[in-house]
Write a protein that binds this ligand. Structure first.
Ligand code: ATP
Ligand code: MG
Length: 441
């Protein structure tokens, strides 16, 4: 992509309504624009990042054995009356009437709809265990939308639903998702801590929130520094290994303010290890047994030939919120550096030569073509802006690697820079090999 063609409306000044750095950066770098309170459009730069986050989330769900599908954003109110949540959900639910005066709603979550799909189509334990998921926009009419896409009204969520014959099976599904979440966040360059959580309007008796540490987070968290030393080794998907991995995390006291208890905290974590800080919730998992399957009569024929209500869990990841969370974790001293896994472009080529230096321009475009031919996503700055203003823009765009081409350039040696590091002069083929190792290994 050539910057001169790229739709990237960069803002020079920090918008006054943006109080946290991810919101400021997303507006300044032209990733998003607000279209109504708490409702955003994703412009090309932001959309690229969103899609990359989504594909990592998807990949780890698939690896855990979950099957992707797609449910609509608009749901019938009748289902929510069956589960008993229609009234309880309150003002956060956007309620709609169609021309026949039927009650509809814009889905804030999908427990009811998936339970209906399950009960209409699955009759026997032989189809179990089953985990289904989709990645779809949700709407919650938040009382105070704030922090840009971090707490907005329309947001992209990955939500999975597990169906098992009994509690034992449901816990295995829960553990699968628990571990898939740790893996997902690690691939996004985030350290997410699972915390014992309240189940809220979803209900149930086992629940963890996945929280990343950030001063601007809305949740206060209490944990042990020791949890930061745990390593997510490549784990096997058998139920024993999963349970072991979950246990290594859940054995360490970790709770948000909702569940926090000072005396338990003091008993479980030595004073010197206590970590009290703030964090951003990026995922939330629930085991809730028959909370929906019972009122909605989702029954299957069990292995013992009895009709039993299905055991369920649900598992959410805030896909769009993650873009903000990644920025909160990586935007420092006015410089953004995307993790390699989600960067909107792999490498920037920045032309600093004269406007009329056709030889150098030709060389630059050869470098650009060569990178493209090697399957890299490249952003070429071919504009006439001053070097200072170019570098300022790239500090906002956050591409982690730059090839800088100026008047002093000679032969096949180029100035190569990783953001925040010293620049080096190296051969283009070596640069390409370096980048291949980083991105395609
Ligand atoms: P929160 O406590 O932040 O309000 P929640 O508990 O209501 O979230 P869940 O129902 O667990 O959220 O939804 C799953 C995930 O969806 C959350 O972990 C979060 O990452 C994301 N999410 C929830 N509400 C919003 C929102 N208003 N804007 C952006 N993302 C959201
Ligand atoms: Mg929550």
């Amino acid at each position: 992509m050539k910057l001169s063609n790229f739709f990237l409306p960069i803002l020079r000044d920090v918008p006054s309504d943006a109080t946290i750095k991810s919101h400021q950066l997303m507006l300044r770098s032209g990733m998003i624009r607000q279209s109504a309170s708490g409702i955003y459009s994703w412009l090309p730069l932001g959309f690229k990042v969103l899609k990359k986050i989504e594909s990592i989330v998807r990949d780890e769900q698939n690896k855990a054995g979950a099957q992707e599908m797609l449910m609509p954003t608009i749901q019938s109110a009748d289902l929510w009356k069956e589960s008993g949540r229609y009234d309880g959900y309150g003002l956060e639910m956007l309620r709609i009437r169609d021309r026949q005066d039927r009650e509809l709603l814009y889905g804030p979550t999908n427990e009811e709809l998936i339970t209906q799909i399950f009960r209409d189509n699955v009759k026997t334990y032989k189809s179990l265990p089953l985990i289904l998921y989709h990645i779809q926009w949700k709407f919650r009419d938040e009382i105070r939308p704030r922090f840009g896409i971090m707490r907005c009204r329309e947001f992209l969520m990955k939500d999975s639903y597990s169906f098992d014959e009994n509690k034992e099976g449901a816990i295995i599904s829960y553990n699968k998702m628990f571990c898939a979440y740790l893996k997902t966040f690690e691939r996004l360059g985030l350290r997410a801590i699972p915390m014992a959580a309240d189940t809220g309007p979803i209900g149930g008796d086992l629940s963890h929130e996945f929280i990343i540490l950030a001063d601007t987070g809305e949740s206060q968290i209490f944990t042990s520094k020791k949890i930061l030393d745990l390593k997510i080794s490549d784990f096997k998907n058998d139920s024993e290994s999963l349970a072991k991995m979950v246990k290594s995390y859940t054995d360490i006291y970790s709770a948000t303010d909702e569940k926090f208890n000072q005396s338990d905290f003091d008993k479980s974590v030595e004073k010197k290890d206590q970590l009290v800080t703030r964090g951003i919730e990026v995922g939330h998992i629930f085991y809730f047994g028959d909370k929906y399957s019972k009122p909605m009569k989702a029954l299957v024929n069990s292995s013992e030939g009895k009709n039993i209500t299905i055991e369920m869990g649900s598992y959410g990841i805030g896909v769009s919120r993650l873009a903000g969370a990644i920025i909160e974790a990586n935007y420092k001293d006015n410089v953004m550096k995307w993790p390699a896994s989600v960067t909107p472009f792999h490498v920037a080529v920045i032309y600093l030569g004269k406007k009329n230096d056709e030889t150098l321009k030709k060389k630059t475009s050869d470098v650009y073509e060569k990178l493209l031919n090697n399957s890299f996503e490249v952003l070429l700055d071919d504009t006439d802006e001053s070097p200072a203003s170019k570098f300022k823009n790239f500090d906002l765009i956050g591409i982690p690697y730059q090839i800088i081409i100026g008047a002093k350039q000679s032969g096949d040696e180029f100035e190569f820079k990783e953001l925040g590091e010293e620049k080096e002069i190296i051969n283009l083929d070596i640069i390409i090999n370096k980048l291949k190792k980083i991105y395609f290994n």
